[in-house]
Structure formats: structure tokens, C-alpha cells
Design a protein around this ligand. Structure first.
Ligand SMILES: [Zn+2]
Ligand SMILES: [Zn+2]
Length: 381
């Protein structure tokens, strides 16, 4: 069976997502539907496999292009069908995407196996003010830690796990593949790749050797961070899985704190620059004036020379946001826009009518550059 749900939808990314975003989202979802986290949950396993299929396509530029152009049918018809994840072992999917999912699972008992736990991800939302100054947040998340009662081996205290008789302690078994043409090695179904079976299960972890633990942590968010970037907290992920390291020795994974920056209706952010549109009166543009512009934390005076046109762009240097690495501040870009009064008092109307009599009304000539700009905006390119 091949899934026909949209791959972008499955991975919860937009069509314009780049490789990093696709990878990040896949890792997050693979962890969410992780079979270790969802024991005996067929829906989770199905979602896990669906994500693997979507990731296989979207992470490969050639397949992605075919998919973007021709959809699922295109991939089937061009010898790019990829793996049939539904008939694959969860263990084999793990070893396929080992570099992203971290660690191994079950069958990955090879000599190059990394004894490292899974990375975890959580997210925080911060304001533009906090981007300016940097901030701290308490994050809460659940992770699987070594069961303290059985020290991770899953056996009831006083008993020990016994060597699995199906695989003789090897953790893997060979099965005949398609029509007996070749043999496939996969994780032993009896011991789930551990090589040993627990006769009397630890009552605190139901024999799994790991328990979900709720953890709280204060995390520093550096000034200048961008929406979608993550702060990595080394060693706050999970210990290696029991199949690889029952007692959890090895390297813990990391915690990635994904940062979302709240929209601020006053500003548009462009890198470290902030863009602001400020409304000014016709007289301020025509006669020149000094206006007050409020950046995130300060009020600045901005001189507008006489004869300034609407949509003129000014810059207040250093009034933007700090660069994440250098700390150097970007600029505040101010676009002045003419505000035409919608209500006039009798006196104002009279004055304007007097003024209008003296005015040189410009001859309207088509501005070609304007039409080019507008065309670009309309075609959305
Ligand atoms: Zn236990
Ligand atoms: Zn076994």
C-alpha cells in the first residue's frame, strides 16, 4: 500500500520549506510517533512509516522535484517509487535514517553503532523585545530515563534477564525475503533485538527499562535569535535505548528548543533590520519636520527634509536587532507614508481650497518602473 496523503502535509511543512526545515520536522514527528514511546499503538506506527516515506521523497532533490511536478503518480511511474515502508521493520527504518534519528534501534547491532540517545525537541515563544535583549525560559518536557528500580534491564528486582532462545542472544534473526530469493536479517521478534528476555517484569517500567520522566529546565535564549532557530541544550535528551545500552551508559541526546518569535504588528523584520511604516501629514512632507519614531525600546527623532515624497525610506542606524553572533545591531528602516485627512473642518477646507488655487498640478505621466513593480507583486514572483 502506498500512502496518498500529501507529503508536505504529512511532514507538517510548507511547500517552500528548505532541507533543514524538512529534516527538523521529520525528526520531531519521528520522535512523536516513535514506537518506543507508543507501545502497541498501530496508528503511531503507521504515522511513523508515513513520515519516513514522505521524508525519503522530500529530502531527495530529484524525487522532490518530480513529486512537486507530478505528485505521487509521477514517482511511481519513473522508477522512483522508493522503499515500501509499510512492509519494513521499524528497526530497518531507523538504520536507514540513522543520521537524523540518532542512535539505533533493535537490529542496529553493527560495530559502527553509535551509543547515543535520542534528541528531543520542545518549543518556546518569545517577543521581539526579548529578541533584542535575550531572555530565559523555563521549558518542560517528557523524556524516557533509565528505570531506577531495575536499572534499565526490565527485570523484577532479584531476577535477571535470560538469554533469548529464538536468537541465541544475537538479537537478530535471518528470514527468507521475497520468494526465498535472498535472506533478510531483522531484529529478533521474541526479544525485540535485546538478545535477552525478561521472565518476571519490573513493575515500575513494565519490563521496558525506561520510564517517562517530566523535566523542567531553564534555558537561555540569546539576543538576536530568529524565528525557527533552535537552541541546543547538550545532554538533555534521552539516554541510549535499552536495546543498545540497558543501563543507559553512553551519550545522552540533546534537547533542541525551537524558538518562535511572535509577530509584532509595529514591525517587519528583515534579518537584523526592523522595518516600520510611519504616517505623516502632507505639511510635514512639504515643509519638512522632525518626527518621533519609536523603536522597540527607545524613541528616536528623525528629520524629514522639506519636499520629501511619500514612501521615502529613512534609516536609523543601530536601532534594529543585534546579530546573533557578533551582537552588532541592525537598523530601523522607516518608511514615511502620506496620510491624507479624511475629515476636514470648515477652516481647513477653506485654507486648502485657497492653497489649491496656487498649486501647480503635475502632469500625470506613467511611471514605467511602477508598473514593473506592480506586475511583480501581482504575479507573486
Ligand atoms: Zn524497571
Ligand atoms: Zn531474541
Amino acid at each position: 500500500m502506498t500512502v496518498s496523503r500529501c507529503y508536505y502535509e504529512i511532514l507538517d511543512v510548507t511547500r517552500t520549506a528548505d532541507g533543514t526545515e524538512i529534516k527538523r520536522s521529520y525528526r520531531r514527528l519521528a520522535m512523536k510517533y516513535h514506537p518506543d514511546r507508543n507501545p502497541e499503538n498501530a496508528d503511531a506506527e503507521k504515522s511513523f512509516k508515513e513520515c519516513a516515506e514522505a521524508y525519503e521523497v522530500l529530502s531527495d532533490p530529484q524525487k522532490k522535484q518530480i513529486y512537486d511536478q507530478y505528485g505521487h503518480e509521477g514517482l511511481r511511474g519513473r522508477g522512483h517509487a522508493g522503499h515500501d515502508f509499510n512492509s519494513m521493520n521499524v528497526e530497518d527504518i531507523f538504520s536507514m535514517f540513522n543520521d537524523i534519528l540518532g542512535g539505533g534501534r533493535g537490529g542496529g547491532r553493527g560495530k559502527n553503532r553509535q551509543v547515543r540517545g535520542y534528541d528531543l525537541e520542545t518549543d518556546v515563544e518569545i517577543t521581539l523585545e526579548e529578541v533584542l535583549t535575550g531572555t530565559e525560559r523555563e521549558v518542560e518536557f517528557d523524556r524516557l530515563d533509565v528505570c531506577e528500580t531495575c536499572q534499565g534491564n526490565g527485570a523484577k528486582p532479584g531476577t535477571t534477564p535470560e538469554t533469548c532462545t529464538t536468537c541465541q542472544g544475537q538479537g537478530k534473526v535471518a528470514q527468507a525475503g521475497l520468494g526465498g530469493m535472498f535472506r533478510m536479517v531483522s531484529a529478533c521478534p521474541t526479544c525485540d533485538g535485546r538478545g535477552s528476555v525478561v521472565k518476571e517484569k519490573c513493575e515500575d517500567c513494565y519490563g521496558r527499562g525506561r520510564n517517562a520522566v517530566h523535566r523542567k529546565l531553564r534555558v537561555k535564549i540569546p539576543a538576536g535569535i530568529h524565528h525557527g532557530q533552535a537552541v541546543r541544550v547538550a545532554g538533555e535528551g534521552e539516554p541510549p535505548i535499552p536495546e543498545v545500552s540497558p543501563d543507559g551508559t553512553g551519550t545522552r541526546g540533546d534537547l533542541h528548543v525551537l524558538v518562535r518569535v511572535e509577530e509584532d504588528s509595529r514591525f517587519e523584520r528583515d534579518g537584523d533590520h526592523l522595518i516600520q511604516i510611519v504616517s505623516v501629514a502632507f505639511t510635514q512632507l512639504a515643509l519638512g519636520s522632525t518626527i518621533e519614531v519609536v523603536s522597540i525600546d527607545e524613541t528616536h527623532s528623525l528629520d524629514i527634509p522639506a519636499g520629501t515624497q511619500t514612501n521615502e525610506i529613512f534609516k536609523i542606524e543601530g536601532a534594529g536587532l543585534p546579530d546573533l553572533r557578533t551582537g552588532r545591531s541592525g537598523d530601523l528602516v522607516v518608511i514615511v507614508r502620506l496620510a491624507v485627512p479624511t475629515k476636514l473642518s470648515d477652516e481647513q477646507r477653506e485654507l486648502l481650497e485657497e492653497y489649491a488655487k496656487t498649486e501647480d498640478i503635475p502632469v500625470h505621466e506613467a511611471e514605467t518602473s511602477f508598473w514593473d513593480k506592480l506586475k511583480g507583486a501581482v504575479t507573486g514572483s
